[in-house]
Structure formats: structure tokens, C-alpha cells
Design a protein around this ligand. Structure first.
Ligand code: B16
Ligand code: MG
Length: 216
């Protein structure tokens, strides 16, 4: 059975985490408390709604439902402002070349991201046409570590979960891939992503043949 590859977006293909951070910090400041880069680490791979819940907990602040929804809209407006200018130069090292190597082998490629802005970002970095299926925050109801996003991606590719290799930078994302019964390559720190089958710092100088050899 030919494998399929499922990629997370933020932290794997492109580094939009810094723009999420700026927008969350601006929101926290407008609500009267600060939000540090250290706290931001906890938001990796976490959905927009869950991120706000976490930030409010950290700031010791409560919002009613209408205020909560308005805060989500404000944060996303600022985030969209920040990513207005991004382009292919923001693609993480080796990611575009790695995608090319996957497609050259005739291996199907899907996106499995929590972001509701995924298509916009892929358009901006000019990689939208590299994906056979896109499953993003608009298509799922359960956040990682629930396996829904990756199982949907496998379904859209018509490939069994056991043949899928997921690339993830977040602990919750690695757990989601494991919960889906998939192979998972962590992108980032081996100490943090210890539930992945193996971890790479990034895709620089790497091709799909190197990854397949590790699973052989
Ligand atoms: P949005 P990923 C995730 O993307 C980000 O890591 C996370 O920080 C963000 O809150 C989430 O998307 C939702 O993003 O506000 O654009 O819908 O890592 O799953 O690609
Ligand atoms: Mg991520």
C-alpha cells in the first residue's frame, strides 16, 4: 500500500505562530493583562476557541458569551492584518522542496490543520496547488488531540489511516496522529515531541525517501 502524507500547517510548513502571538498579546493587553512568549508555547496546534479559553485562564479574566465571541473576532482581525504581507519567504526551511519530493513519488498529500485561515495562508505562500486534500479548522468540530482532523484527511485521500504519515510540531497534534493510528514524524524538539515515532528539527536537506527509510 502506497503511503500518504498529512502535514500540519503552522510550525511545519510555515511559521505563523509569531503572528498568532502578536494578535493574542494585543488582545490580552486590551483586556488589561499581559501574555508572554513563554505562555504562547501552550497554544501551538490549539484551536482559536481553546486558545482564548487558555489565555483568559492565564489572565484570570472572565468574559460573557457575547464578549468572548467579540474577542475571537478582534483577535482574528488583527491576525489577518499581520499575515496580509506574508509570502513564500515565510515557508519553513526545506518544506517546499520536501513537498516536491513527496509528489514526485506519486504520494498523495493532505493538510491537517486546526487553522480556519489555512487556505488563505497556503494561497499567500503559493503552495495551495501542492495539496490533494485540505482539512482545516472549518471542517472539523473536535480539536487535536482528537484524531478527527487526520482521519478526515485520510478519508479524503481514500488511504487507510495505517498508511498515513503525519508531520506535526505540536504535542496535541502528535497525540492526534497517534490516536488516529497513524505514523507521526515530529518537527521540532525531540524532548518535547517524545510521542512521535521520530523527530526532525525541520525539513532542510530531507526528501521523502529519507523518511520512508526510517519507517522501513
Ligand atoms: P486560526 P496548525 C493552529 O494551526 C495554530 O498552531 C494555532 O496556534 C492556532 O490557534 C490554530 O491553528 C487556529 O488558527 O485562528 O487561524 O483558526 O498548527 O494546526 O496548522
Ligand atoms: Mg502546528
Amino acid at each position: 500500500m502506497k503511503p500518504a502524507c498529512i502535514f500540519d500547517l503552522d510550525g511545519v510548513i510555515v511559521d505563523t505562530a509569531k503572528y498568532h502571538y502578536l494578535a493574542w498579546k494585543r488582545l490580552a493587553n486590551s483586556l488589561g493583562f499581559d501574555f508572554t512568549e513563554h505562555d504562547n508555547e501552550q497554544l501551538k496546534g490549539v484551536s482559536r476557541v481553546e486558545s482564548l479559553k487558555l489565555i483568559l485562564r492565564l489572565g484570570g479574566k472572565q468574559l460573557d458569551d457575547a464578549e468572548f465571541d467579540a474577542a475571537l473576532v478582534r483577535k482574528n482581525g488583527w491576525y489577518l492584518e499581520y499575515i496580509q504581507q506574508i509570502g513564500p519567504e515565510e515557508i519553513l526551511p526545506g518544506a517546499a522542496e520536501f513537498l516536491t519530493s513527496v509528489r514526485a513519488q506519486g504520494i498523495k498529500v493532505a493538510l491537517g490543520s486546526a487553522s480556519k485561515n489555512a487556505v488563505l495562508i497556503l494561497e499567500r505562500i503559493q503552495l495551495l496547488d501542492q495539496f490533494d486534500a485540505i482539512v482545516d479548522g472549518n471542517k472539523v468540530s473536535k480539536a487535536k488531540p482528537d484524531p478527527e482532523v487526520f482521519l478526515k484527511a485520510a478519508e479524503e485521500l481514500a488511504v487507510p489511516a495505517s498508511a498515513c504519515i503525519v508531520f506535526e510540531d505540536a504535542v496535541a497534534g502528535v497525540q492526534a496522529a497517534r490516536n488516529a493510528g497513524m505514523k507521526v514524524v515530529g518537527i521540532g524538539s525531540a524532548a518535547v515531541l517524545d510521542q512521535a515515532h521520530f523527530v526532525l528539527p525541520n525539513f532542510a536537506g530531507l526528501s521523502i525517501a529519507d523518511v520512508l527509510a526510517r519507517f522501513a
